[in-house]
Design a protein around this ligand. Sequence first.
Ligand code: NAP
Length: 485
Amino acid sequence: MSDLSTQLLRQKLYIDGEWCDADSGSTLDVTDPASGKVIGTIANAGAIETTRAIEAAHAAFRSFGYTTSEDRAAMMRKLHALIVERREPLAQLLTLEQGKPLAEARGEIDMSAKYILWFAEEARRTYGDIIPSPWRGRQILVTHDPVGVVAAITPWNFPSSMLARKIGPALAAGCTLVIKPATQTPYSGLAWAQLCEDAGFPNGSVNILTGSASAIGGVLTSHPLVRKITFTGSTDVGKLLMTQAAATVKKVSMELGGNAPFIVFDDANLDRAVEGAIASKYRNSGQTCVCTNRFYVQSGIHDQFVAKFVEATRALRVGSGFEDGVAQGPLIDSKAVETVEAMLADAVAKGGEIALGGKRHALGGTFFQPTIVTGATPDMPFASDEIFGPVAPIFRFDTEAEVIEQANATEYGLACYFYTADLGRTFRVSRRLEYGIIGVNEGLVTTEVAPFGGLKQSGVGREGSKYGIAEYLETKYLSIGGLNG
Ligand code: NAP
């Protein structure tokens, strides 16, 4: 790691512009998933520190909430420039704590920078309306004001960009934040505090806590000064936070789990489909919410697709994210490996065939072989549960109607993909798939300019795009009378 990465590795809490320890002095270890070695500690904060951070964010909101959009856009452009300048040390920090290949970590930092720049631009476009009045002598105005103090909780799989999607629109709108990154990958989160401080955001506008998820989350969801909870993570934790936030009727945005189907129709461009399959399945070792969970391949093209997909998957190099040419790093922890193993054992017992991989990798630790299972059936856990690992189950299908029904047979509705050369089918199938994000002949779909979010139990609200900032604004209506004297 470079000296700059070491400087960016901050191990304390960041409250009201001060780096501080937990009141108790208690700390937690953070490990490198590739080696299992401890790379540092973090403060183990709880309810007391969380209350202090909320009060600091509230005090900061009193002035930050009234800054001009021009001023906020300028600070955000500075923030963007700092991320671009520190791209390499930030990427190295990310790979160290998360394990993903350095090329992917650089891509994630680039994505963080893009979200910040996008929302620097959007800060100046939170237009209101003037509505034609039904009454003489009155004007009806609609304005959009910042929500207030925002609590943000994020997962370990994209420890930088999941925060960019929340910090960007919140600051652009004029909100202040209290943030809790994942305990397994806290340093990319804490680096945001340093970046925001260096970009000139005032004390208290961005506060970052690490420690007990239930204690911090309990206060964030119940404190009356917090006006909004924005969460990315599992559906179970999202439901819990929504329930807790209900008592004080907070606004909520939830980016939750997925179970993405990837459908290959007989008329698809085979090479393009295989390329998309590799990208959508094995990115971040299969640990993304939009990773393909279920492949559905039509009978006429099934065997050709499997042969090419196996060949392409075999070429993926597994290893430490810091090694050149590595396409797949370790899984986040041993529990993730055990989950994948249990799913595979169940699939084999139900008649699935391992076409490639299927075992822990010879490197040991939490490395796992990229795996393909054919003959998948709806009674296997892949059909209903998130795999979150490098396992590709392949289901065979015959008709369009049958595959749409199977693809929709899940409580999730985040991302899905399908490959076809037929324009009519493109629109027909897109309309019928119950998903918030649809890749047609594309396996990578995330961009700051488009709305990201799910239907059904995959979430509430959208991140990125012009829709992303609306989640951080309240709508006010002014009825101004007596205008005719
Ligand atoms: P997770 O277990 O739900 O954890 C996410 C965050 O919630 C972490 O910061 C965690 O803290 C915190 N948390 C856990 N219990 C909490 C509680 N009782 N109160 C408050 N906070 C609590 O999810 P994960 O395993 O880290 O992430 C994987 C999941 O995220 C998958 O389901 C994936 O699909 C989903 N995801 C969704 C999107 C999307 O945009 N839709 C993007 C990425 C990931 P600790 O780390 O301290 O436990």
